[in-house]
Each structure stands twice: as structure tokens, then as C-alpha cells.
Design a protein around this ligand. Structure first.
Ligand code: NAG
Ligand code: NAG
Length: 201
């Protein structure tokens, strides 16, 4: 699977763009002081938990909507879609808050980019599948707020600023079947991981 640099960074993600550090998803937190233009809400961890809960409660439905496309994926999902995304960012449960937030952040940026790409492709391929489009869209609507909360917390509590090289799936050059398979791999990963992340926060 080809993993490459993808997309334009949203201004919400206060990030410093770097090129060509070698391996994908090799991100280093930067210890330079961070600056907030407004203080974080005092209940920011509760907000993060609630956003994770929202993602968790809809994750299965997103996957089911994607599977609505039928064969070949629906007949043997684990075999067809369970072995991709080799460079997916790791998550270590039960860690300290700061490390978990950094990992959560990378995972969610990866999903944000990749879901966006998947949605664009799905709109071209199945323009009338409103059910899937709207489910992908409502998932993506939660992500900027979640990412911004995570950055705020890391900055206010740990004085930490992330300067990440962000990668997502780049499906632009793949054929249609391969693109659909990548979407399936992505969403399978998503439904498997979100309950685990939600539980750990
Ligand atoms: C995706 O990959 C193709 C070819 O490998 C490249 O031409 C294109 O610029 C890439 N897209 C992005 C957004 O990086
Ligand atoms: C995540 O969602 C699943 C299925 O809806 C549910 O069983 C589980 O309790 C949820 N986990 C958390 C931490 O909210």
C-alpha cells in the first residue's frame, strides 16, 4: 500500500509542515514552548471523552454503510480488508495522558485526511449513496474539534507543541478496486480502533 503525503493542512491544526523525513508517520513532538490564543475549557478532558464517545457510537454504522456496496468485501471482510495500513500510527493503552494524547492526535489526523479522501472518491463513484456520504461527513465533522481540544490540552498542561509530518492514505493513483479496498481497510481499522480508544480516555 502506498502511503504518501496527503492534503492541505487545516489552519485549525497548528502544525509546522516538514518534508521528506524518510519513513511515513515518523513524527516528533517538539519541546519548543507552545502558545494558545485563548485558554482551554476547564473540562477539556470531558469534552475529549465525549467526542470519542460520539465517534464510538457511530463507528459501526459508518462501516455498515460502506459494506452496503456489497461484494466482494462484504463476504469476507477480515480477509479482504484486515491486513492493510501497515504504516498506521500506533496506540499504547494505559499510558500516561500526554503520550496517549499525542498518539490519539496522530491517529485522528490520519483518519481525518484519509476519510476525506475516501469521501471524495465515494462521491465520484457512488454519487447517490447519501447514506454513506452523510455518515462519513458527520464523523469528519467531529474531528477538527477533537484535534483542537487535544492540542489545547497538550499545550496548556504539558507546554507541548506538535510539529508533525502528517501522512494519510494517498489513493489518487490506484485503480477503482484498489481504492475501494483501501476505503474498506481504513474503515475496518477505524471501527476496530475507536472503541478501544474511547475506552482508554
Ligand atoms: C498521490 O500520489 C500520486 C502518485 O504517486 C502523486 O502524483 C500525487 O501528487 C499524490 N497526491 C498527494 C495529495 O500527495
Ligand atoms: C463503544 O461503542 C460500543 C458499541 O456501541 C459499546 O458497546 C461500548 O460500550 C462503547 N464504548 C465506550 C467506551 O463508549
Amino acid at each position: 500500500i502506498k502511503i504518501e503525503l496527503l492534503g492541505i493542512l487545516s489552519p485549525l491544526l497548528i502544525l509546522h509542515w516538514e518534508h521528506g523525513t524518510g519513513s511515513p508517520l515518523c513524527n516528533t513532538p517538539d519541546n519548543a514552548p507552545c502558545v494558545l490564543d485563548h485558554p482551554c475549557d476547564s473540562n477539556i478532558m470531558t469534552q475529549i471523552r465525549s467526542q470519542m464517545g460520539q465517534l464510538n457510537s457511530s463507528a459501526n454504522d459508518v462501516f455498515i454503510a460502506y459494506m452496503g456496496q456489497g461484494q466482494p468485501f462484504s463476504s469476507d471482510v477480515d480477509h479482504m480488508c484486515g491486513h492493510g495500513l501497515m504504516s498506521f500510527p500506533p496506540f499504547h493503552a494505559n499510558g500516561i495522558e500526554r503520550e496517549k494524547l499525542v498518539e490519539l492526535y496522530r491517529i485522528m489526523v490520519y483518519f481525518d485526511f484519509s476519510l476525506d479522501d475516501t469521501l471524495k472518491f465515494q462521491k465520484t463513484l457512488y454519487p447517490n449513496d447519501q447514506n454513506l456520504h452523510s455518515k462519513l461527513k458527520s464523523t469528519m465533522d467531529i474531528l477538527p474539534g477533537l484535534l483542537s481540544n487535544v492540542l489545547c490540552r497538550l499545550c496548556s498542561k504539558n507546554n507541548m507543541r506538535l510539529t508533525d509530518t502528517i501522512y494519510g492514505l494517498n489513493i489518487s493513483q490506484e485503480n477503482v478496486f484498489h481504492k475501494k479496498k483501501l476505503g474498506c481497510e481504513l474503515l475496518l481499522k477505524y471501527t476496530q480502533l475507536i472503541p478501544y480508544l474511547a475506552w482508554d480516555f
